[in-house]
Design a protein around this ligand. Structure first.
Ligand SMILES: NC(=O)c1ccc[n+]([C@@H]2O[C@H](COP(=O)([O-])OP(=O)(O)OC[C@H]3O[C@@H](n4cnc5c(N)ncnc54)[C@H](O)[C@@H]3O)[C@@H](O)[C@H]2O)c1
Length: 252
């Protein structure tokens, strides 16, 4: 029970890695606020947690909307009294487009969901964390936040921004009992391809050679264990950094 009585908020927790993180946190004793734009699937995650004896509630939040983030954190506090752990996990893919093929609307949508939401949710929990001089933030970035061609230009830039934001936040609040780290997953078997609306032939052609050197894809549960480590006191000396979970893909 490494997270006993901790209150955690997980965005994008209706599917993939967010769902696995929510389930594992509950198993480790945390009260989990399961948040997603897809409330039916979020409810299903909550049912699964409760069936295993855990405690959770579902909250609908489109992380691209400031008012939804306000409501999400306020609901967590009103229900469980505080927030101890924030996992900024919700995210979408691009279509592997290089710079020359980017549409403004798509770029802005990807940044709103993948990047701006991370800043807004962090900004919202900080007064809570500062008051108690304790708190953990975990941002699900990507191998695409470290390397140049794991996705298209918009996704790559959005996740590089998350990595920079993570380092800055970790350092800024290091003396306030707050830790902020990111996870950089490689290819993980989730439903994220459902967020793709097409594929750039040119972009795919450039990315393909790199896919061939990926040792293997991962399971969402293999990322959840990293998120558990980072949330727990086992990671008390780990701050402002990125933990890669990719079977060695980015080591090449
Ligand atoms: N799957 C991979 O290979 C991979 C690799 C590296 C990083 N990631 C990152 O991992 C995170 C989780 O993705 P996943 O692979 O588990 O995908 P997924 O599609 O299985 O789950 C993502 C969840 O986020 C939700 N979501 C999408 N837009 C949202 C919004 N605007 N507001 C709230 N919720 C929203 C979806 O409904 C879904 O439940 C993302 O940030 C993604 O960029 C994924």
């Amino acid at each position: 029970m490494r997270l006993e009585n901790k209150v955690s908020v997980v965005t994008g927790a209706a599917s993939g890695m967010g769902k696995s993180i929510a389930i594992l946190y509950a198993k480790e004793g945390a009260k989990v606020v399961v948040s997603d734009i897809n409330i039916e699937a979020a409810n299903a995650t909550v049912e699964e947690i409760k069936a295993n004896g855990g405690e959770a509630i579902a909250v609908m939040a489109n992380v691209a909307k400031e008012e939804d983030i306000q409501h999400l954190i306020d609901t967590a506090v009103n229900t469980y009294g505080t927030v101890d752990i924030l996992v900024n996990n919700a995210g979408i893919m691009d279509n592997f487009e290089p710079a020359g093929e980017i549409e403004d609307e798509k770029w802005e949508r990807i940044f709103a969901i993948n990047t701006t939401s991370v800043m807004r949710a962090t900004r919202k929990v900080l007064p809570i964390f500062l008051e108690k001089q304790a708190g953990v933030i975990i941002n699900v970035a990507s191998a695409g936040g470290l390397q140049g061609a794991r996705a298209g230009a918009a996704y790559t830039a959005s996740k590089h921004a998350v990595v920079g934001f993570t380092k800055n936040t970790g350092f800024m609040y290091a003396q306030n009992g707050i830790r902020c780290n990111a996870i950089a997953p490689g290819g993980v078997e989730t439903n994220i391809s459902a967020s793709m609306t097409g594929r750039s032939d040119f972009g795919m052609g450039r990315i393909m050679p790199g896919l061939a050197i990926n040792p293997r894809t991962g399971k969402p549960e293999e990322i959840a264990t990293i998120a558990l480590f980072l949330a727990s006191d086992d990671a008390s000396f780990v701050n402002g950094t990125v933990v890669t979970g990719d079977a060695g893909w980015t080591a090449y």
